[in-house]
Design a protein around this ligand. Structure first.
Ligand code: HEM
Ligand code: HEM
Length: 143
């Protein structure tokens, strides 16, 4: 079962990154165009939000299944940068990143000014994206 979750998390990472980049670029173009924010623009924000939420849930499960997650969290492993990345930095930073993205989406729904609604998506998704990219175990993922 652990292997299944590892593969799912590895694959969903592509969807989440592509979705967030897509929503970001779309909202940026929307803001620059000066047009009004419509229902379809909210839905385009879901391209990033949905895979990010799914990845969060799968990641949380994986954290307790994988030998690299909670099982490897201890004082001794903290001096090893790869162990620290998997057991601490990647989970915490990504939980924060998904929360930031969710706040951006949620604000865009509530605000009234169109420019601000597009801006809420591209700014918060942009920050979330940078956080996620800063803590990806690139060597393991792209092998
Ligand atoms: C959008 C957010 C996230 C992205 C894009 C992401 C992406 C990734 C990637 C690319 C890998 C390496 C996969 C591989 O080696 O093929 C990975 C591994 C891992 N992630 Fe995430 N992740 C996210 C969120 C989370 C969260 C929130 C948690 C835990 C709370 C988590 C826990 C883990 C664990 C434990 C591993 C190591 C699994 C193993 O190889 O045994 N991830 N993640
Ligand atoms: C740890 C699990 C999860 C938490 C804490 C969480 C939390 C949230 C929060 C706070 C919102 C913002 C509501 C708003 O203001 O619009 C939201 C929206 C949303 N989430 Fe999640 N979520 C989780 C898992 C999931 C999963 C597994 C999915 C499905 C793939 C999902 C799909 C959505 C969708 C589609 C929305 C947008 C709803 C709307 O139209 O406003 N979430 N979630």
């Amino acid at each position: 079962m652990t292997t299944g979750f590892q593969h799912l998390h590895s694959f969903l990472a592509y969807l989440a990154l592509l979705g967030i980049i897509f929503s970001f670029v779309y909202a940026l173009i929307g803001a620059l165009s000066g047009r009004s924010f419509e229902e379809k623009d909210r839905k385009f924000g879901l391209f990033g939000l949905i895979p990010a939420h799914l990845q969060l849930v799968i990641g949380l499960v994986l954290y307790f299944l994988s030998p690299l997650g909670f099982a490897n969290l201890s004082g001794e492993t903290m001096s090893d940068s790869m162990s620290r990345l998997y057991a601490l930095e990647h989970p915490i930073i990504n939980i924060i990143a998904v929360a930031v993205i969710t706040v951006g989406y949620s604000r865009a729904k509530k605000l009234t000014d169109s420019r601000n609604r597009f801006r809420s998506i591209y700014m918060f998704y942009g920050v979330g994206l940078v956080l996620i990219l800063s803590r990806i175990p690139w060597a393991a993922w792209l092998n």
